[in-house]
Ligand binder design. Structure first.
Ligand code: ZN
Length: 303
């Protein structure tokens, strides 16, 4: 009987990288992003069943009705340009949304059509959803080849190629570095669950709830620590919030304090993800932080 040979997980063996080089005078970057989901995840998750919970629907509709305007006012107060990731169906439902965001100087970008999780779809369906989303954005804004954020921060190993073939400017969904990198030829502006309001405040009185909403004072302390740690190590601090979750008074007050804390530093580059992506591809970083999404031939080995 032969000894089983276990393959490696993939072919990239590097365990050491230099520090990321930010623009002159800056030691880290911060992006403020809002995933403008409204009701779309509710319909996607429950697409096999009758959408019957008016309680959750109304909670989510609060986002486009009131939450977005309040976040926009907060951003204006701090003089910050943000990126809004919008599912195609949300843009189609609220035709004034994308033009309003653009008129205020913010970036808009794709977030699936129906907030579909890419790792649950075949490639043909992934392509169809992306094409439909891009068509809505082009019809409403005239803009093409914008950035993308995968719903639920999830891809499969082939979906980055779908984005690249469609000419998507960058992706912002993964966590393989804590600063920009390139994966399968696609610029990646990484995210972090640590600063995602849904983990702390999402509550719909349903089976997906983990606990009651968190104390915003404790969350503020945690997010400031995440920002400070990212600044210490020269990374990208990605703030991710949602229209229907952070557009409420308690969280807006917390975000106001967070943004004031960050504004005290003059060595922090507050930019949009598209600005960071443009910087990345034009900088020496692009050739250094380049990886693939490949997985090895890691089939089970029988003895
Ligand atoms: Zn989302």
């Amino acid at each position: 009987m032969s000894t089983p040979q276990f393959p490696t997980m993939h072919a990239d063996a590097r365990i050491s990288f230099p520090g990321y080089r930010w623009p002159e005078g800056k030691r880290c970057a911060v992006n403020f992003t809002l995933d403008l989901d409204a009701e779309s995840p509710y319909f996607w998750v429950g697409r096999q069943a009758k959408a019957g919970s008016l309680g959750e629907l109304e909670q989510r509709r609060y986002g486009p009705r009131q939450g977005v305007a309040r976040v926009l006012a907060l951003l204006e107060k701090h003089g910050i340009k943000a990126c809004f990731y919008v599912p195609g169906v949300v843009a189609a439902t609220y035709p004034d949304l994308l033009p309003t965001l653009i008129a205020q100087g913010h970036e808009v970008a794709y977030h699936g059509y129906f907030h579909e999780r890419l790792d649950t779809l075949d490639l043909a369906t992934q392509k169809h959803c992306l094409a439909q989303t891009m068509a809505v954005f082009e019809a409403q804004t005239g803009r093409t080849k914008l950035g993308y954020r995968a719903p639920s921060f999830e891809h499969d190993v082939q979906s980055l190629a779908v984005l690249r073939e469609a000419g998507v400017a960058y992706d912002s969904s993964l966590m393989g570095f804590d600063h920009p990198y390139t994966i399968d030829g696609q610029v990646q502006i990484p995210v972090t669950w640590t600063i995602d309001d849904a983990l702390y405040f999402r509550y719909t009185n349903g089976p997906r709830d983990k606990t009651h909403p968190a104390n915003p004072a404790a969350v503020l302390e945690s997010w400031i620590e995440e920002f400070e740690g990212t600044r210490d190590y020269g990374g990208l601090c990605m703030i991710t919030v949602h229209d229907w979750i952070s557009g409420r008074g308690q969280r807006l007050r917390m975000l106001d304090k967070l943004l004031a804390h960050i504004a005290a530093y003059d060595d922090v580059w507050f930019a949009t993800p598209q600005e960071v992506a443009d910087y990345h591809v034009a900088s020496e970083n692009a050739a250094v932080f380049e990886v693939t999404a490949q997985v090895g031939n890691f089939a089970p080995v029988s003895a």
